[in-house]
Structure formats: structure tokens, C-alpha cells
Design a protein around this ligand. Structure first.
Ligand SMILES: *[C@@H]1O[C@H](CO)[C@@H](O)[C@H](O)[C@H]1NC(C)=O
Length: 500
């Protein structure tokens, strides 16, 4: 307990103590949001301890003990209590009941949404429903409340209540409203609750008429869960009701068709857009189609589409050009690919990746590494993806095996691991190598690079690069040392940031 000199005004005292505390207490505690009424971490901890230990105690006893905590009840304080118990309705709801006894404290939609979300996450549907009604009665419902309510009820498969909620809120003067419905549908579809979303839309049709936006979200939702048949049904329904498909929905549908190897259907859709709605076709749709055509080796078709796009005055962007470059390379048309590359004033990383990927496909790993050097020289920083592609290109998806231990992928890494003082990991790796074919079909470069993206990695990559250079593998050596260097500067930057 703090000693409180009685001559000081209370607010000044709180400020002062707060200041002292931020200097002395554990910095891992959450920092405060509002500059006017900062939440004291000590008070928060005290209140949460009481709530946790006495959540089953009789109300009167709990309230007496909470009062003894001598804290300042603010909205921020309430929110932070909720944050401490993200999945437990009891302490949070008990605290809410306590706040109801404090005459100067008024809840807002923000505090109640927070609480009702906790109650929903702890799946106390009965209380959840009760609090929602109370929020309606107090007129503190927002679109966010709708999102929380429907997401909770839908994931609990309370379909009847999903519909009932809209009727209930209509009774509290939150009239049926298309915009709110669309927000709900969007939330549900993004949470893979698309069946539930569709159910709600259908059942509410007499109260709220869906529009193209509603259908767009449903189409997205069904495509995302891989149900193209349902997505098509929604599509047809939408067209029957006189809506034109939103261009984003068109692209989503096309992309999903391409992804599931329904090339013909995707192109049919594209074709119908070209004949009926050519003015709606912009860069994004062309880019999508060109990308898939190049990926699938249909370079001739891709060029036709590319030409049409340019004739219509639509400028190609980096991604489209990257697709064409890759497409050309898959057909061994290397010179043309470079020519396009040279025509781009400031290629971005997509273009470099298209070039690298295409060269690697032609088994020209050394040339791909040259592109890697070039991109660095021109100020385009490689990403993890660049490194993974290059390593796979040089070493193969499984890592290279060979009789020469200096060139053998396994020895390189095991050697590196041991030198970096990680003999245990090295042993594990050797075990995996022995079991390879059964358990580890391919080496996970991504995990490997992530795992060594630290101080140890710096040492390890240096060692590996040295060994590779000794073996005459300069390309690989450069890739690794560049990666290590980047880690080193990143670490240094991080350490500097930590210094006062
Ligand atoms: C490619 O990206 C770079 C960097 O963002 C940009 O400056 C350039 O204009 C882009 N080029 C094209 C053709 O869009």
C-alpha cells in the first residue's frame, strides 16, 4: 500500500504515483491508452486478482473487496479488465455488475461490445442474449454489436437466434437495414461461416432485400471454402434478381475456377465479360487472366489478351509484365524475356521474381543468381521468397545429395549447425535425413531460414558461405552470406532500438 501525504491534492498524487510506477514496475504490463486517465497497472492487477479469486463469492462480499481496491473506474479500466479475461464471462460480468452500482459511471457501446464479446467467446449464450437485450433497451447497439452477435450465434449454430436477433433489434428501433446486414454477411463470410450467412440472407428476405454487395460477399465466402457450386447458385440467383455481378465477384469466381483446374469455365466467364461488359474490364481482370495463362504455359493466348489490353489503352503493371516474362521463359524465349525486362524503367520485386523463377525452371541457376545480384544493385531488396526460390534452384527441392561432402547439402548444413554450436539440432537433422523419404519428403527452406533469422544464424550463414566458397560454389556462398548480412544488420538495428 502506498503512503499518501494528506496535504497533496488527490489528482496530483495519482499522477505522481503513476509516474513513479511507470518508472519502477514491470514494463511487460500493458501500457496505457488514454493520456488523461491512465490505468494504473497495479490497480488493474489488484482488481483482476480480486475478480479472479472471488468470482464465486456472494455479490456483497465481492463488491466490498472491489471497493477496497481503491481504483479509479474509467472506460479504459473496464476495457482492460475485459482484456485480462478474454474467454471468461464470470469475472467480467461480475465486474460489470459492480460498475452498475457506481452512480457516476455510464457504459458506452464500446465497453458493452467488449463485454458481450467476452461473454460470447466463453459461449454463455443465455447470458449473451440477455446482455444483448439490455444493450437494445439502453439503446447502445452499434453495427459492431451486430457483427459480434451474429458471429457468436452463427458459430454456436444458433440459427434461429441469428434471425431472431434482427427482429429483436427492430423492436428496439434498430430497423432492418441493408448496410448492417451487409456488414454482418461480410463478417460471417470472412470467418468461414458462409452457410450461416446465406441462411440469414434467405430468411430475412422479406425484411431486408439483399443487393449486389450482399451477393458479392456470399460468392467470396463460398469460393473461399471451395464450394464453387454454391457460389454459382448464388451467382445465378443474383442475376435472376436483376443485379449485375460486381467486378470483384467476377474476378473471385474466375480465380477460383482457375485454381480448381476449370480453365475452360474461367475463360468462358472472361469471354462473356468481353462481349457484354467490355467497359468494366480493367487492369485487374486482365492481369488475373494473363497470369493464369502464363502459369499454365498458354503463352499465345496470354499475348492475345495482353494485346487487347494495350489496344484499349490499359497500361501493363509490374505484375502483368512479370507474368509475361515468366511465360516467355517457360517457352525458352529467353531473349524476348530480357527485352521486356529492359523495357521496364523501374522493375519491382514481382518482375525480378518472374525472371528468377523462369530462369530456375530452365535450370539456369547461375543466371538467376546474376539477376539476384542485379536487383540488389538496383536497390530492390530480396525477400524470404527470393532466397527460398534461389536455394531450391541451386539445391533442388530435397537439397542436393552427392558423394563430395563439400557439395553435399546435408553436410553443409550439419557442418554449419555444429560450428554454430548447435550439435543437438544437428543430430536431429541427421535423424531426419536418415528417415528421409518416409517422413521428410522435402527440405523446408522457409522454416530453415526463419529458424536462423537471428544472431546464431549470422554465425551459421557465415560458416556455410565460407565452406561453399572453398568448394567453389560462389553463387550459393553469395546467397547465404547476403542473407546472413541482412540478419546481422537487422539484429544490430534491433539491439540499438532496445538501448535507451
Ligand atoms: C513498377 O514498380 C515500380 C516500383 O514500385 C514503379 O516505380 C514502376 O512505375 C512500376 N512500373 C510499372 C510498369 O508499373
Amino acid at each position: 500500500m502506498s503512503i499518501r501525504p494528506s496535504t497533496m491534492p488527490k489528482t496530483l498524487l495519482t499522477l505522481l504515483f503513476h509516474h513513479l510506477r511507470t518508472l519502477t514496475t514491470d514494463s511487460a504490463l500493458p501500457q496505457l491508452a488514454s493520456p488523461i486517465t491512465p490505468v494504473s497497472p497495479t490497480h488493474l492487477l489488484r482488481v483482476c486478482t480480486v475478480l479472479y479469486q472471488q468470482q464465486e463469492a456472494p455479490e456483497s462480499k465481492l463488491h466490498i473487496n472491489l471497493k477496497r481496491c481503491d481504483f479509479e473506474l474509467t472506460h479504459e479500466f473496464f476495457l482492460q479488465v475485459c482484456n485480462k479475461f478474454p474467454y471468461s464471462w464470470r469475472p467480467v460480468y461480475k465486474f460489470f455488475q459492480f460498475t452498475e452500482t457506481q452512480p457516476h459511471f455510464k457504459h458506452t457501446p464500446i465497453t458493452l461490445n467488449k463485454m458481450v464479446d467476452v461473454i460470447g467467446k466463453s459461449r454463455n449464450i443465455e447470458l449473451f442474449w440477455e446482455v444483448l437485450q439490455e444493450m437494445g433497451r439502453r439503446h447502445l447497439v452499434t453495427d459492431q454489436t451486430f457483427r459480434i452477435a451474429l458471429k457468436t450465434l452463427a458459430s454456436a449454430r444458433e440459427l434461429k437466434k441469428c434471425i431472431e436477433f434482427f427482429h429483436l433489434m427492430d423492436g428496439y428501433d434498430y430497423c432492418y437495414n441493408l448496410e448492417t446486414l451487409n456488414k454482418v454477411v461480410e463478417t460471417l463470410c470472412k470467418s468461414k461461416l458462409v452457410d450461416e450467412a446465406e441462411h440469414i440472407v434467405t430468411k430475412l428476405k422479406d425484411c431486408v432485400k439483399p443487393n449486389d454487395v450482399t451477393y458479392k460477399y456470399l460468392i467470396f465466402g463460398f469460393c473461399d471454402v471451395g464450394d464453387l457450386i454454391e457460389a454459382s447458385k448464388v451467382w445465378n440467383l443474383m442475376v435472376d434478381e436483376g443485379f449485375e455481378a460486381d467486378i470483384e465477384a467476377v474476378e473471385k469466381m474466375m480465380d477460383s475456377l482457375f485454381k480448381t483446374n476449370r480453365f475452360g469455365e474461367a475463360l468462358k466467364l472472361f469471354q462473356s465479360m468481353r462481349t457484354k461488359r467490355i467497359d468494366d474490364l480493367g487492369l485487374s481482370t486482365y492481369r488475373l487472366v494473363i497470369n493464369w495463362m502464363c502459369k499454365e504455359g498458354k503463352l499465345g493466348q496470354a499475348y492475345l489478351v495482353f494485346d487487347e489490353m494495350q489496344k484499349r489503352g490499359i497500361q501493363a503493371d509490374n505484375m502483368t509484365l512479370a507474368s509475361i516474362i515468366y511465360g516467355l521463359l517457360t517457352k525458352s524465349r529467353v531473349r524476348e524475356a530480357y527485352k521486356i525486362m529492359e523495357g521496364i524503367e523501374k522493375p519491382d520485386i514481382n518482375v525480378y521474381h518472374g525472371l528468377i523463377k523462369g530462369l530456375l525452371k530452365l535450370r539456369r541457376a547461375s543466371e538467376a543468381t546474376q539477376v539476384f545480384r542485379e536487383m540488389i544493385k538496383r536497390g530492390c531488396e530480396p525477400t524470404m521468397h527470393t532466397y527460398i526460390m534461389l536455394l531450391q534452384g541451386h539445391l533442388g527441392k530435397r537439397g542436393r545429395k552427392g558423394s563430395d561432402p563439400l557439395v553435399n547439402f546435408d553436410t553443409i548444413f550439419v557442418g554449419g549447425l555444429v560450428k554454430a554450436g548447435k550439435s543437438l539440432e544437428a543430430t536431429k537433422y541427421v535423424e531426419r535425413v536418415i528417415n528421409r523419404g518416409l517422413e521428410v519428403p522435402r527440405f523446408d527452406y522457409s522454416k530453415f531460414l526463419h529458424y536462423y533469422s537471428n544472431e546464431e544464424g549470422v554465425v551459421m550463414f557465415e560458416e556455410v558461405a565460407k565452406k561453399l566458397r572453398e568448394a567453389g560454389l560462389f553463387d550459393l556462398a553469395e546467397i547465404f552470406s547476403r542473407y546472413g548480412e541482412k540478419m546481422a544488420t537487422r539484429e544490430r538495428r534491433r539491439n540499438r532500438a532496445l538501448e535507451p
